[in-house]
Design a protein around this ligand. Structure first.
Ligand SMILES: Cc1cc2nc3c(=O)[nH]c(=O)nc-3n(C[C@H](O)[C@H](O)[C@H](O)COP(=O)(O)OP(=O)(O)OC[C@H]3O[C@@H](n4cnc5c(N)ncnc54)[C@H](O)[C@@H]3O)c2cc1C
Length: 384
């Protein structure tokens, strides 16, 4: 078994990279295969709200300082358009240094990749995995690199490919018929480190403090989202103010707008012989409530712990797979359920549902233990 890697990770996105970093220095033979060529810079305009729990993990991975300046979220204001009920969450009330931090995907990706290049010996960029085959005591990963088909055997294969690789797992999907429009916008009044989550009849809208500006994630049905992208800057900013109300004054500037089609896609089982799925490969969520990467990072962190607790020969074995699956069941199931329920409950304009939503928000605002539970759950996951 000498030619067998202990762990092969497919995908060097933020989740795969985090797992590789967590395992670096463990003495294990870890190989990371990333389809994108090394020279290909990632440019992805989506903002990411990181929970305080994610900050703690990124600190342990030694990359948090290099991510600076991430913008702290001190308060979150949640409301619905055209209905009563609102709730304000604050870091001081939750006894946390911040409720979260805003970075952008490009910045996070570049920071993790730099750390990987410094610390991981077997990082192959431009290696596109085409298949994973089961063998007796290992799995065989086949990939294309430099136009040549190659393979590597591993005790454990971790699929962190964001869900792009077909055939690794059986999946279920729900199409929300929505896209997210992202853009940087500037408002007349400063954000004072407050994030706004506004539920509108077309879908949820999030304004995240980012530097001096806001990073906007506005979800709407496919056609409406495309129309939002096609509006002139002035019309777009006016529509934004109409949907958010006047609490930030007028919106004065906007950057380029980008579209992301949204759906829920999840693997029915996150383990199969000698293989584990993590991050978006295991569950791709709607961005409402900003759970996807935070959940994926907890997958990576807990998997690293599970791997390092084992003897080398036990890595990828049935007992390890069972233990990982059991460990992640509650957090993963809760994250999928919570996100999906929010989308279903808040993406419509039916009057009785609006009243139930309002009552729910009011209740959340009035019952401190409930508020505390929600904040802790979003900060640290189900095991927090
Ligand atoms: C608009 C929007 C806003 C969001 N906001 C938030 C937020 O605020 N907070 C939050 O926590 N989450 C948020 N998310 C979710 C977050 O972006 C994802 O959960 C996160 O990017 C998942 O990371 P990943 O590494 O699992 O997958 P990915 O980011 O998709 O990375 C997968 C990697 O695998 C590589 N790859 C793919 N196929 C192969 C192959 N065959 N061989 C080798 N490599 C391969 C790809 O090149 C890529 O580098 C948001 C998502 C969207 C769309």
């Amino acid at each position: 078994m000498d030619d067998v890697a202990d762990v092969v990770i497919i995908g060097g996105g933020p989740v795969g990279a985090a797992l590789a970093l967590a395992l670096s220095g463990s003495g294990l033979a870890v190989t990371l295969l990333e389809a994108r060529a090394g020279a290909q810079r990632v440019s992805d305009p989506r903002p990411l709200a990181l929970s305080y729990g994610s900050r703690l993990v990124l600190e342990r991975l030694g990359v948090w300082n290099a991510l600076a300046p991430a913008t702290a979220i001190d308060r979150i204001h949640v409301s619905q358009q055209g209905g009563f009920g609102r709730v304000a969450l604050s870091a001081s009330e939750a006894r946390l240094p911040a409720l979260g931090y805003v970075v952008d995907y490009t910045q996070l990706h570049a920071t993790l990749e730099n750390a990987l290049q410094d610390r991981l010996l077997h990082y192959l960029a431009g290696a596109k995995v085409i298949a994973v085959r089961d063998a007796q005591e290992s799995s065989i990963v086949e990939f294309m690199a430099g136009g040549v088909q190659q393979s590597v055997a591993a005790r454990l294969v971790v699929a962190a490919d964001g869900g792009a690789l077909e055939g690794v797992a059986t999946t279920k999907a729900v199409d929300y018929h929505q896209s997210a429009v992202t853009a940087r916008v500037r408002s007349e009044l400063p954000h004072r480190n407050t994030a706004f989550e506004r539920f509108t009849s077309s879908g949820p809208l999030a304004l995240l403090p980012s530097g001096q500006d806001f990073a906007l994630v506005w979800t709407a049905e496919y056609e409406q989202a495309q129309k939002l992208c096609d509006l002139s800057s002035d019309q777009f900013l006016f529509r934004l103010r109409q949907n958010l109300g006047g609490r930030l004054g007028a919106f004065t500037e906007t950057g380029a707008r980008s579209l992301f089609p949204l759906r829920l896609k999840y693997a029915t089982h996150v383990v199969r012989p000698r293989t584990i799925l993590i991050g978006n490969a295991a569950q791709t969520l709607h961005p409402v409530a900003g759970q996807g990467f935070n959940l994926g990072l907890r997958d990576a962190w807990e998997l690293a712990g599970e791997i390092m607790r084992r003897e080398r020969d036990a890595i990828g074995g049935a007992a390890m797979l069972r233990a990982y699956q059991a460990r992640r069941r509650l957090d993963r199931g809760g994250g999928i359920w919570f996100t999906h329920s929010l989308v279903r409950l808040f993406s419509n304009d039916i009057a009785p549902v609006r009243a139930v939503r309002g009552a729910g928000l009011t209740l959340l605002g009035c019952v401190p233990p409930l508020k505390d539970f929600v904040v802790r759950r979003m900060t640290f996951g189900a095991r927090g």
